[in-house]
Write a protein that binds this ligand. Sequence first.
Ligand code: AMP
Length: 194
Amino acid sequence: MANIILLGPPAAGKGTQAKRLVDSRGMVQLSTGDMLREAKTSGTEMGKRVAAVMDRGELVTDEIVIGLIEEKLEQGAAGGFIFDGFPRTLKQADALADLLAKKGLGLDAVIELVVDDAALVGRVAKRAEEARAAGQPVRKDDTPEVLEERLRAYYKNTAALVGYYWAKKDLRQIDGMADMDTVSAAIANILDKA
Ligand code: AMP
């Protein structure tokens, strides 16, 4: 049982790797992006409130995402939690530490997918193209303009978490530009030692 954070800019591959861990290890993926998109689609009050912020590629408030995570932590996860796209600010990181501590849990590793920004633009274009080809809805924030804003939000608010977790000796950095199987193997290697 391990609780991990997948850290990295948008389109670094966090969601793909999280889904693989769900299948291979029975871990539970907690993606605040997925939860917010679900709230948006189902038209809840909160969903309506965050829709415009998300479409612009900005961050929703800490209170909202911390509340979402708190709710999910209540349900427990025998195989461990994968935090995907959370935390994204120092306040969220502190809140997560508190929430886990209250449950007698901790973090086993924070895995940073290190990627090349220029390549992310190509990845996002590909993700949108693949969704279109499969007849699936294309994420509204998967456009070059919004990606730029999402990257800005990452460097302004989230990149500081690399130093934060390094100082806590939780940080593990892996090459997110490698092919998916190589990235999965690198994550498996960390989990097997956790
Ligand atoms: P993602 O699917 O992780 O790329 O998230 C999509 C969008 O949801 C982000 O661009 C933000 O607007 C919002 N979001 C997701 N997670 C968070 C978070 N932890 N803090 C603030 N905003 C978030």
